[in-house]
Design a protein around this ligand. Structure first.
Ligand code: MG
Length: 176
């Protein structure tokens, strides 16, 4: 049977977007993220991070820094009873994997046999609305302008992760 997934952007959704984060010491967890991940775990969703990390292409940090950071974040999340199943990152600008292009999501679909029609994507930028059919996209209003999104109605916009959690709960209640 196909699986359903909650896809999460990283910067701005899991940790505060302070631009080019690569050290665990600099991680500030976004309020509500542990509850959101734990809820998805409980409801049988895979939780998969999709993150653009062009800081590598710019030479600001190394790919090994990204891998190390994700390992540490993973351990911390587990200590908070929030399980992330996989982390996909894109280090390049010119790549089919760089959001909004859907390469990373397609890789996840193939790796885990995911049904995108039953899946969700949560991010904080217009580029988190991936160029692929299926997942419902919820955007958290953070530091990026989302007027275009509101105008086009291409995704629903929320003021907090708690609001997103409530929406996710109500959308997935019938699957329980
Ligand atoms: Mg982001």
């Amino acid at each position: 049977m196909k699986k359903k997934a909650l896809f999460l952007d990283r910067d701005g959704i899991i940790n505060s977007d302070k631009t080019y984060i690569f050290r665990f010491e600099d991680i500030e967890w976004v309020e509500g993220i542990f509850d959101l991940i734990a809820c998805a775990n409980d409801r049988g969703f895979l939780v998969i991070v999709l993150t653009n990390q062009s800081g590598v292409a710019q030479g600001m940090y190394k790919e090994s820094d990204v891998i190390e950071l994700h390992k540490k974040m993973n351990s911390y999340l587990i200590s908070k009873k929030a399980r992330v199943d996989d982390w996909f990152y894109c280090t390049e600008y010119d790549s089919e994997r760089r959001k909004p292009r859907p390469g990373m999501m397609i890789e996840a679909v193939i790796k885990f046999n995911i049904d995108l029609d039953k899946s969700f994507m949560i991010g904080d930028k217009e580029s988190d609305i991936l160029e692929i059919d299926g997942p419902k996209t919820y955007l958290l209003q953070g530091k990026y302008p989302l007027e275009n999104v509101l105008e086009k109605g291409s995704a629903q916009v929320f003021a907090s992760l708690f609001d997103i959690l409530e929406k996710f709960k109500s959308e997935t209640a019938s699957n329980l």
